[in-house]
Write a protein that binds this ligand. Structure first.
Ligand code: FAD
Length: 487
């Protein structure tokens, strides 16, 4: 780095909307130069455009980051437009000659970042890339033969084995934040929905403070019973860190460090901490897979699944999206998603299976709906999990394993609290019939104020028939055993 200490350096924030444990910010601060924190909303250059729920989150997260910077005497410079052009403009306005950024690993974003670094270099500006979003950079966790893992368990073992211990990197104490050039007004970006404002029942605290509070609350309460509790949708038994992790308001390193500390200090049993870290490893596995097999955002990881005879069923798709399938657990999940921007993992698996198997609708339709409605929508995790459920992914659940939405409901929501919360028209139905309202005697339905087909739908497909149809469809594609190389 040159010795021109008056020149500022740019920290280009993207999906690392935090000040602590932020390698790009730490390295920029270490130059001793003034730091210009910048966020550019590039509607075309980030790969797939943000979904609506993600924009809702982004709006609040950027405001939170700006507030944190203001407390330290600076502020976030906002620009909307082509990232390369906006960076070059900023460089011209400020004389900055270095850009620090934490890399994104989704294929399109990764390629875009490389192009930008190249273009800036041609202008005499150095780009410095870091890994701030994952425990390990994609490409660094490989099998003995140097190939990417396609199976989760050996991937996780290798990931955790090689994880170097690193001391915590707090918010840089010597951050020099100059006034900097003008910023756009985030209100003019209109990221928050207005007509209608469907986000009124969202209950989240986006931002670094909200992320840290969510982690602390989880460690103090639900972590102790995480392994079993994580499957009970009615309980707040998981961390709900997914949107915070997606937007980089907290680093996975901080999360793992805090959970390990709780285990080492004896606050929770090691098995509970281990189970939680396994889930964080699924996040890593998803991102590594997509980075190494970029086609899987669009196509089946196991190519024979691209020959599935998917049905076109706009009415079925609409019933699924709006929580009107007649299967209470599926409907509860889809309504929780719409009302809160989030859905419990167990129920995500059930609703996804219902779409691809009971309705035989292409997983990409479901993935697109989740992309638009989830506050934690994450290309790698979404695609990987949809393909896992559809049977077409790496290390996926076999297609013939078809979740029964009734028995899943009876097992994981036996007292019906989750269904009653999200499907209030079934509230008065006794437990015995709650997951199978169409089997309830008419007097019981009448007592509960339910008129099937009017106040609550009849099932849009019969489970046994749908199951048989799904298995028939599977026979049409010749499923090949997985190439186990690299496991
Ligand atoms: P916790 O149980 O507290 O887990 C901690 C963290 O581990 C999560 O925040 C998340 O970052 C990670 N994690 C947990 N389970 C998984 C998993 N199966 N795959 C990848 N990472 C995981 N997660 C997303 O973050 N974004 C998505 O777009 C997404 N789409 C999904 C689609 C389907 C069909 C399914 C079945 C799952 C999807 N998941 C997705 C994974 C999972 O449902 C969520 O990460 C989890 O429910 C988030 O809640 P939590 O933070 O309380 O999880």
């Amino acid at each position: 780095m040159g010795s021109d200490t008056a020149r500022p350096v740019i920290v280009w924030f993207r999906r690392d909307l935090r000040l602590a444990e932020n390698p790009a910010l730490t390295a920029a601060t270490a130059t001793g130069r003034p730091v210009l924190p910048v966020y550019i909303l590039d509607d075309d250059g980030d790969g797939r455009p943000h979904g609506a729920a993600s924009l809702w989150w982004l709006d609040k997260s950027l405001r939170a980051l700006d507030a944190d910077l203001r407390q330290r005497g600076g502020r976030l410079i906002l620009r909307r437009g082509n990232a390369e052009a906006e960076l070059l403009r900023l460089i011209e306005q400020t004389g900055a000659d270095h850009v620090f950024m934490n890399r994104r690993f989704e294929p399109d974003a990764f390629a875009n970042d490389a192009d930008i670094a190249h273009a800036l270099k041609a202008e005499g500006v150095e780009c410095h890339g870091f890994n701030g979003s994952l425990l390990a950079r994609p490409g660094s966790v490989l099998s003995g033969t140097g190939k990417p893992y396609r199976v989760f368990t050996p991937f996780m073992k290798a990931l955790l084995q090689d994880l170097p211990e690193r001391p915590e990197t707090p918010v840089p104490a010597t951050l020099i934040l100059p006034a900097g050039p003008s910023s756009e007004d985030i209100d003019t970006w209109a990221l928050h929905p207005s007509v209608p404002d469907w986000s009124q029942s969202f209950d989240w605290t986006p931002g670094e403070v909200g992320a840290t509070e969510a982690l602390t609350a989880f460690i103090e309460s639900a972590l102790a019973d995480y392994a079993a509790g994580r499957d009970i949708p009615e309980r707040l038994s998981t961390s709900r860190l997914s949107p915070h992790l997606h937007f980089g308001e907290i680093s996975p390193r901080s999360v793992v460090r805090a959970v390990c500390a709780a285990s080492i200090q004896g606050h929770v049993a090691p098995a509970q901490a281990d189970k939680f870290i396994t889930e964080i490893a699924w996040r890593e596995f998803s991102t590594h897979l997509l980075h190494q097999f970029p086609f899987m955002a669009e196509r089946a990881f196991r190519p024979e699944y691209d020959n599935m005879p998917w049905r076109s069923d706009p009415e079925g798709l609409k019933a699924w999206k709006t929580g009107a399938t007649g299967y209470p657990l599926v409907d509860a999940g889809m309504r929780q998603l719409w009302a809160t921007g989030w859905m419990h993992n167990r129920v995500r698996m059930v609703v996804a299976s219902f779409l691809v198997k009971h309705l035989l609708i292409d997983w990409r339709e479901g993935e697109a709906w989740f992309w638009d409605t989830l506050v934690d929508a994450d290309l790698a995790s979404n695609v990987q999990n949809w393909q896992w459920v559809a049977g077409s992914g790496a290390d996926a659940a076999p297609y013939f394993r078809i979740f029964n939405p009734v028995t899943q409901g009876e097992k994981f929501d036996p007292a019906g609290r989750y269904v009653r919360r999200w499907v209030p028209e079934l509230r008065a139905l006794p437990d015995r019939w709650l997951h199978v309202p169409w089997t309830a005697p008419s007097a019981v339905l009448a007592d509960a104020g339910i008129r099937l087909g009017h106040t609550y739908p009849r099932p849009i497909v019969d489970h046994a028939e749908a199951r048989a149809r799904a298995l028939e469809a599977l026979k049409l594609i010749s499923v090949r055993p997985m190439d186990e190389e690299g496991v």
